[in-house]
Ligand binder design. Structure first.
Ligand SMILES: Cc1ncc(COP(=O)(O)O)c(C=O)c1O
Length: 405
């Protein structure tokens, strides 16, 4: 008789986006004349850059001819893409990453979920609270998190690191020692960033404790401030304790095209064992590569035209972020994020809970955002708006919120 992985049964349903969907549907059915503006989802809206489209067409044509057709991609990804990454994302920032330390994938969600494969089930994880839910849920599936307590909304075997106004949404070093530390900067959902000295503290801590940092830099392209590191490897010693995850989703609009990569330096070891070798083995066994066409599209992101065009897209979204931040601040809200990330994290007014504020905004301004409590208990009393909408709808949403007084 087969048995299932019972860890899956421990997962509480993810009600966040389905509850939002239901509430919005009920509201629109009752108010068909109202125009809803959605600033809730973390998906991009601008089309792929022309340089990317051109590369996609060209690669598609190559697939049509016997001489240029491509079958399975190399295990770690095509060298042309890994070289472009090593040169542009690392060398240009003074960091030496070899191309065999870069693993091309179909995105940071899969990588952040799959990376747990190479770690023992008895490792203890530490996560920020609030947090991108994939880190915790995938560790629950692996049996690493203990039991869920519905009252505290916490897992018994997870170290939570609250990120609140008091610590400027950057976690403090935990009192209990973790084995695996998940950090995401610039952050989803709070939009906060970490300075280089602050990140260096985490690297020093991980080295001292023998912990590994899984550093999710999916929003790196949104960094606008000088003192914010673009890669954890800008920190001294990080190659010995950190894995970095990257994505083409938010810097180049690949959410539906799918491309990302993970960096595991060869210096990162457990005893004599290189994590790089373990991940290479895992990657080669369980993954058959991102499509050639997509990898060529990824390469085009690093062309001169691609860089210029994707920079313009990011500037467009970040102008929306500015509109939201300035508008809400003028309306008396306490707002953070939106400077190095496309997320604006606001404090709900009048001690409203996150869901109360969600209902209030939906009913009074017909604007949809995301309740902060959906990302973890420390998100209660906060609310996330995203800069990924159109300029016109963002402007209108903020005007409506301002009119609420
Ligand atoms: C922090 C973070 N990591 C990873 C991802 C997923 O990225 P990808 O589209 O590359 O899977 C997201 C998407 O919203 C995210 O917010």
């Amino acid at each position: 008789m087969f048995k299932i992985n019972e860890n899956y049964l421990k997962l509480p349903g993810s009600y966040l986006f389905s509850t939002i969907g239901k509430k919005v549907k009920t509201f629109t059915e009752a108010n068909p004349d109202k125009k809803i503006i959605r600033l809730g989802i973390g998906d991009v809206t601008l089309p792929l850059a022309p340089a990317v489209i051109e590369a996609l067409h060209k690669a598609t044509e190559e697939m049509a001819a016997k001489e240029t057709f491509k079958g399975y991609a190399p295990d770690l990804g095509y060298e042309f893409l890994r070289s472009a990454i090593a040169k542009n994302d690392y060398k240009a920032r003074g960091v030496d990453i070899a191309i065999d330390e870069i693993f091309i994938s179909d995105g940071a969600k899969s990588d952040s979920g799959n990376i747990g494969d190479i770690f023992d089930v008895n490792n203890k994880i530490a996560v920020c609270d609030p947090v991108y839910p994939v880190y915790v849920d995938t560790n629950v599936m692996a049996g690493r998190c203990g039991d869920y307590d519905f009252a505290t909304e916490r897992w018994s075997n997870v170290i939570y690191m609250p990120c609140t106004e008091e610590n400027n949404f950057v976690p403090e070093l935990p009192k209990e020692t973790p084995d695996i530390i998940y950090l995401c900067f610039p952050n989803n959902p709070t939009g906060s960033a970490i300075t280089k000295p602050e990140l260096q503290k985490w690297v020093d801590y991980a080295l001292e404790k023998g912990a590994v940092i899984i550093y999710d830099a999916a929003y790196e392209a949104y960094i606008s401030e000088e003192n914010v590191p673009h890669t954890i490897y800008e920190c001294e010693g990080a190659k010995r304790c950190a894995i970095e995850l990257r994505s083409f989703s938010k810097n180049a609009g690949f959410t539906g095209t799918r491309l990302g990569f993970t960096v595991i330096p060869k210096e990162l070891k457990s005893g004599d064992v290189m994590l790089n070798s373990l991940w290479a083995r895992r990657h080669g066994t369980k993954f058959n590569g991102a499509p050639y066409i997509t990898q060529r599209a990824g390469e085009a992101v690093y062309s001169e035209a691609g860089k210029k065009q994707t920079r313009e897209q990011i500037a467009y979204y970040m102008n929306n972020a500015k509109v939201i931040t300035e508008g809400l601040t003028a309306a008396g809200y306490s707002v953070s994020g939106g400077v190095n990330a496309p997320y604006i994290w606001l404090k709900t007014p009048d001690e409203m809970t996150s869901w109360e504020f969600f209902d209030y905004l939906l009913e009074k301004a017909n604007v949809v955002g995301t309740p902060g409590s959906g990302f973890g208990p420390s998100g209660e009393g906060y609310f996330r708006l995203t800069a990924f909408g159109s300029y016109e709808s963002t402007l209108e949403a903020i005007e409506r919120i301002k009119r609420l007084g």
